[in-house]
Design a protein around this ligand. Sequence first.
Ligand code: AHR
Length: 331
Amino acid sequence: MLKRWSAAVLGSVLLVSTLSACGGENASDSSSPGAAKGDGKITMGFAQVGAESGWRTANTKSIQDAATAAGIDLKFSDAQQKQENQIKAIRSYIAQKVDVIAFSPVVESGWDTVLKEAKDAKIPVILTDRAVDSKDTTLYKTFLGSDFVVEGKKAGDWLVKEYQGKTDPVNIVELQGTTGSAPANDRKSGFADAIKAAPNMKIIASQTGDFTRAKGKEVMEAFLKANPKIDVLYAHNDDMALGAIEAIEAAGKKPGTDIKIISVDAVKDGMTALAAGKINHIVECSPLLGPQLMDLAKKVVKGETVEPRILTVETEFTPEQAKAALPDRKY
Ligand code: AHR
């Protein structure tokens, strides 16, 4: 019995130190699981996607600041955009018997097994920012975040309006987010649906830029080489749009004028480019989910019922609106 217990403890200690060694885990106190601490403080294990964008950095800060303000003991891990790292982190939180697990799933599929393990361990799970495609919705308590299909639709609607009354062909290139992620899937489908209203609009190339500036630049360079006439760039986030702007300028074209640009997020750097006329329109996606997440965590730990879907309130920005919003923009 003692042997089995020691093996189990050793197993979880190894898992935690593996995560720490690869820079994945920033545990505030990995030796004292929430339920066993007896100090009345809630312990949350949060498995973050990574640090791929300005949006993500702001989201991480919001979660860390809100945890401190709410008196929640936060164990935080960065999965570096890899699903296997997120699964490892969640298993380590289960082994540590945290009170609640929250995560933003890097991709939509493949979560049922680990979510079932959390459910069997009676640890409630909250999805933030991104959804999973599990049929079994009892595997998590709630999903807090944006409607990415609506975001894609807003981007497409803006474009259709911008070209209203014009019948010449409009060649669009698309920089997709991380392959298989909810925002990439949904922003793509929402946009495609909206531009059906304008038969002259055509997506001539669409590829992932992994939500990063470097990849956005690299893929845009390839788009520019392969396509002599690009009228519009639709980027699934600001960071990829900013990388693409560098590629467009290096090719001797004027972003925002020679090639119209629409993106999603509205982080400070994106809004600065919008105010400068290098981006034409931004659909907002708010990363400030921390305070709502901590409130939900307190409720689910108490066993209270919460709404299964909590939508983030968001807007859109024109260059003029970006200029007005920039002085107070927090991220
Ligand atoms: O899931 C939200 C998306 O992830 C943001 O729009 C993007 O910038 C981030 O990397």
